[in-house]
Design a protein around this ligand. Structure first.
Ligand code: ADP
Ligand code: 5GP
Length: 182
């Protein structure tokens, strides 16, 4: 089974994905996307993302290398490489996707019953702001852009197979475990 995780930025999607990787060692691997945004904090090229230029991104679109791609924020492109599913499944692992809401809906449509789409829901927009500010790696301007988009992203929630509310972290982990172990 492939897991597709989506959420407004700051909801705790990366935290949930890291929980899956640690709780079930060797079982899952995160698909590494391409992005044109610069690395943030401790991010390493090839680990969190393949950080590429806008020109290279366009060349890869022309070569039909993406299953899906989106301009998630103004001028910033993100795309899922077709080779990632092959790479991870060849290693005998299950694929985890961390993509924006539109990418998530598209991947679910393409993958069908092979995938479960999971929407990570923040308790409130105010809490989303606190988490983005608390993470300390995103500029005030980018935080505003992300919050401005959050309401729109929340409207995609009904299109997902499962919803995990991330209020209390331990409870959210338990909700996610119940989905994986079902
Ligand atoms: P996303 O990947 O959705 O952008 P992150 O996983 O980076 O979000 O989480 C954003 C910030 O909120 C991080 O600093 C993370 O440690 C914190 N966080 C995540 N879940 C919770 C929670 N349930 N309660 C409090 N803080 C949380
Ligand atoms: P961030 O800049 O915080 O790493 O990611 C911003 C948003 O882009 C997040 O919602 C993340 O899930 C999404 N994203 C990351 N990779 C991809 C991808 O390959 N395709 C799509 N559609 N969205 C992605």
């Amino acid at each position: 089974m492939i897991y597709i995780f989506c959420a407004p930025s700051g909801s705790g999607k990366s935290t949930m994905v890291q929980h899956m990787l640690h709780k079930y060692p060797g079982k899952f691997e995160l698909s590494v996307s391409c992005t044109t945004r610069p690395p943030r904090g401790q991010e390493v090229n090839g680990r969190e993302y393949y950080f590429i230029s806008a020109d290279e991104f366009r060349e890869r679109i022309a070569r039909d290398e993406f299953i899906e791609y989106e301009q998630v924020y103004e001028g910033l492109y993100y795309g899922t490489l077709k080779t990632e599913i092959e790479r991870i499944e060849a290693a005998g692992k299950q694929v985890l996707f961390d993509v924006d809401v539109k990418g998530g809906v598209n991947l679910k449509r393409i993958l069908g019953d092979k995938a479960v789409s999971v929407f990570i829901c923040p308790p409130s927009i105010d809490e989303l702001r606190r988490r983005l500010e608390g993470r300390g790696d995103t500029s005030p301007e980018m935080i505003e852009k992300r919050l401005a988009k959050a309401e729109y992203e929340l409207s995609f929630k009904p299109q997902f197979d499962r919803v995990v509310v991330n209020d209390d972290l331990e409870k959210a982990f338990a909700r996610l475990d119940a989905i994986v172990e079902r």
